[in-house]
Design a protein around this ligand. Structure first.
Ligand code: BYC
Length: 331
């Protein structure tokens, strides 16, 4: 594979430093060309580190903010069983956030800094969580469509070239599969219920379908990061490729649900062997990313409150760690 141009090499380097940088770059290029893994202690181009940090921290924030639309329904779940399942799912999302923050920390960014960027509104998280969850059926649609899109996007990330990220994704994907099945099952039960319940399920699918497709990111010709991320074996497929695969999966599953997808343009293109879907409103996507979605302000406000409410826990944990260290030092 061609060298990555030593993008991170500062202008003024001693001959020894330059040699070290060149050896690091050669090692990195070899690992990437062999489709092997880069580990935290390895030399890596600064741009690779930054890209990973950007993607992993955004992903972590998405898991944490993503707890909100579902947590909103825990106290209103229709049965004890549903409440227990939903609580477990929301807890899983918190766990996913933590694995991912830990993976990002290995790239040299503290979790405190990532959190402060998020609550200051400077960091991105997935567009999908800026839409409201307005009925119980939304718990089904989120599980089926949102977690379904997440699996489709994230299974290839298990093979990401950065070790800590790929390993975190393996566990996350296993849990996401359970999440998707629980969403599917909620929708199936509603779809086989009263006409009003079936209508509620259909309405939820109608509202979550397009935002779920946008989770895969902008179309390929408007995706500035894809090419380089694919060259570095971080992303394995383009945004449009994954979106198309997802549509193909959903088109079959929706039949089992007895519901429909709100897209009359879905078709399998025999020439390209790819699923195609109707147009998406990319202006809406841009607005959501610019902070103007239906729930952006509410999601961040709630995250800030939770952070403030948790201050005493962080202080207690830090004090406990200090005391433990003192004891160990004294022993
Ligand atoms: N929302 O060049 P592109 C979950 C940004 S959590 C917001 O294609 P890239 C779950 C993108 O960051 C699901 N922003 O970027 C949790 C970039 O802006 P910056 C989260 C988006 O990185 C709880 C710009 O647009 N999953 O599953 O190559 C409950 C240009 O895009 C979005 C992940 O984070 C978006 N949808 O590709 C239930 C997966 N799309 O950073 C479920 C990991 C794009 O240059 N991430 N942008 O300012 C990825 O796979 C990739 O980062 C993406 C974007 C495919 C999302």
């Amino acid at each position: 594979m061609a060298s990555q141009n030593l993008q991170s090499v500062p202008a003024e380097l001693s001959p020894e430093e330059l040699e070290r940088e060149q050896a690091g770059q050669a090692y990195f290029d070899r690992i990437i060309s062999e489709d092997s893994r880069i580990e935290p202690r390895d030399w890596m181009p600064e741009a690779y580190r930054k890209t990973l940090l950007r993607q992993i921290s955004q992903h972590a924030h998405s898991e944490i903010i993503g707890m909100q639309p579902e947590a909103n329904w825990i106290s209103r779940a229709p049965s004890l069983k549903r409440k227990a399942i939903l609580m477990a799912k929301v807890q899983d999302e918190a766990g996913h956030g933590l694995y991912l923050y830990s993976a990002a920390e290995t790239l040299g960014q503290s979790r405190d800094k990532m959190t402060s960027d998020l609550i200051a509104g400077k960091a991105r998280y997935s567009s999908i969580f800026n839409y409201p969850a307005i009925s119980w059926a939304d718990m089904g649609a989120i599980g089926w469509l949102v977690d379904g899109a997440a699996i489709c996007n994230q299974v290839p990330l298990c093979r990401a070239s950065y070790g800590p990220y790929g390993r975190a994704m393996v566990r996350i994907c296993k849990e996401e599969s359970f999440h998707q099945r629980q969403g599917f099952e909620i929708l199936l039960e509603l779809s086989n219920g009263t006409p009003a319940q079936k209508q509620m399920a259909q309405d939820a699918v109608n509202r979550w379908y397009a935002p779920a497709l946008m989770m895969f990111g902008p179309p390929d010709d408007d995706s500035p990061n894809s090419k380089q991320s694919m060259a570095w074996n971080i992303k394995r497929f383009s945004n449009d490729e994954l979106r198309s695969r997802f549509v193909g999966m959903m088109v079959e599953q929706v039949k089992v649900l007895g519901l429909t997808l709100p897209d009359k343009d879905i078709r399998f293109n025999e020439e390209t062997k790819k699923w195609e879907h109707g147009p998406l409103d990319w202006n809406e996507f841009k607005n959501v990313l610019a902070g103007k979605g239906p729930c952006n302000a509410q999601r961040l406000e709630r995250r800030r409150e939770a952070h403030d409410d948790g201050a005493w826990v962080r202080e207690a944990a830090a004090e406990y760690a200090r005391k433990q260290a003192e004891k160990e030092y004294a022993a």
